[in-house]
Write a protein that binds this ligand. Structure first.
Ligand SMILES: NC(=O)c1ccc[n+]([C@@H]2O[C@H](COP(=O)([O-])OP(=O)(O)OC[C@H]3O[C@@H](n4cnc5c(N)ncnc54)[C@H](OP(=O)(O)O)[C@@H]3O)[C@@H](O)[C@H]2O)c1
Length: 382
């Protein structure tokens, strides 16, 4: 049995990962990590009896210690020990946001087996993490469904790859006229037509920032140039992405939308776990593919441009500004249409001042978040 640590165990991916792991006998869940959702964490501790628990919001530790005195607890300051100095064999990083960047670095640095859902890690620190992974011979196994699809399609054929076709659902506003965007509420944006996910990624799907992040993530993960990544809107969410080879053949991975599938592949590859959900070609009827509307979804265009200038690490700016904007949008403090305006302004203002040291990335992310919050305050939206 391998000792697995689930970072973000209380979240959407984390809970699915636990369900998948419980189906087999390959892994012992030795540790879980969460931020604030204490009631879900208590349920998970009772069920899983982990040896280690990481708590982002350290003030909860006393309460947990009273309930479960035999567990070893970790906080932000000691996360490095949890990953690097315990008997953890496998790390699943399903933290949301920039909190996931350093854990990715530690997992790769300490040569752990490593599956990555936290896309922000590669968006912000793609070069650092992929360089280190090559040096330490660590494979970054993708959990994100599109990247898992590409990973499954490549399967030993990387040298023949011409380009990837990254599919996008188009989100809830695919057919909404841009003029109507000013009326979009958080309730409307939180209603994704196909996927049930955490709040942050659901809003990012509505703005298509999420697809922009995935372009950057795929670029680093599969070592691609920007012209090797084609984004195609595919509203049925059946083709999770595809790979075009130099002979013109395209191999796609298809399944009904369910994150358990890419999670299971990341944990059990090359083996496959039996699931009951089945796709019937006859029942689907037809599949559609169209170009994304980059005028409407400016953040996708911005991320594609950012990846073209990948030596500048603009992903850090996009990610930090987006985290603040999404939070403010969810608190009804800015409008949906403010999100791209603010992020674009932050890129203009800070484009030439970025660092590429992993420990500085965290601090720099914090600075950009503060600057974004100030910009929002100054303009009270646009
Ligand atoms: N959901 C999907 O279907 C999906 C698909 C592809 C990729 N992803 C990516 O996977 C990651 C997780 O997404 P999700 O939808 O599972 O998010 P989520 O449901 O919001 O869960 C996030 C998890 O991270 C924890 N967390 C949040 N802030 C933290 C902090 N500062 N320190 C430590 N832990 C923190 C949360 O703890 P609390 O519960 O205590 O707040 C929770 O366990 C994201 O990067 C997302 O882009 C998700």
């Amino acid at each position: 049995m391998e000792n697995i640590l689930i970072l973000g165990s209380t979240g959407s991916i984390g809970q699915n990962a636990i369900e998948v792991i419980k189906k087999g006998s390959k892994y012992n869940i030795i540790g879980i990590a969460f931020n604030k959702n204490i009631s879900k964490a208590i349920d998970q501790i009772k069920l899983l009896k982990p040896k280690y628990v990481y708590v982002g919001e350290a003030s909860y530790i006393k309460q947990l210690k009273d309930l479960f005195p035999n567990i070893e607890y970790f906080t932000q300051e000691t996360l490095v020990d949890l990953i690097g100095r315990t008997d953890v064999d496998f790390v699943v990083n399903a933290f949301v946001g920039s909190a996931g960047i350093l854990p990715s670095f530690y997992a790769i640095y300490y040569k752990k087996k490593f599956a990555l859902a936290n896309k922000e890690s590669l968006v912000v620190a793609g070069k650092i993490l992929t360089d280190l992974a090559k040096k330490n011979n660590v494979e970054i196994i993708p959990i994100d469904s599109e990247h898992s699809a590409i990973y499954q399609c490549l399967d030993g054929k990387r040298q023949y790859l011409d380009k990837i076709i990254l599919t996008a659902s188009g989100g809830p506003f695919r057919q909404t006229n841009k003029k109507q965007f000013k009326n979009i509420t958080k309730e409307m944006a939180l209603h994704h037509p196909k996927w049930n996910m955490g709040a942050k990624i659901t809003i990012d799907s509505a703005t298509m920032m999420n697809k922009g992040f995935e372009v950057i993530e795929a670029g680093w993960l599969f070592d691609l140039d920007s012209n090797q990544i084609e984004v195609v809107v595919h509203k049925e969410c059946i083709v999770h992405s595809a790979v075009e080879f130099i002979d013109g053949s395209i191999i796609a991975q298809m399944a009904l939308p369910d994150m358990k599938l890419p999670i299971a592949y990341a944990l059990y590859k090359p083996h496959r776990i039996a699931f009951e959900n089945r796709l019937s070609f006859v029942d689907i009827g037809s599949l559609s593919f169209e170009k994304p509307d980059l005028d409407k979804f400016e953040l996708l265009a911005l991320a594609q441009e950012a990846f073209k200038k990948k030596n500048k690490n603009l992903g850090l700016l996009l990610n930090a500004a987006d985290e603040v904007c999404v939070e403010c949008f969810l608190e009804n403090r800015i409008k949906f249409t403010d999100i791209p305006k603010i992020i674009k302004q932050i890129v203009i203002d800070f484009e030439d001042n970025l660092s590429d040291n992993v420990f500085e990335l965290q601090a720099q992310t914090q600075i950009i978040k503060t600057e974004t919050a100030k910009l929002i305050e100054k303009t009270r939206g646009f």
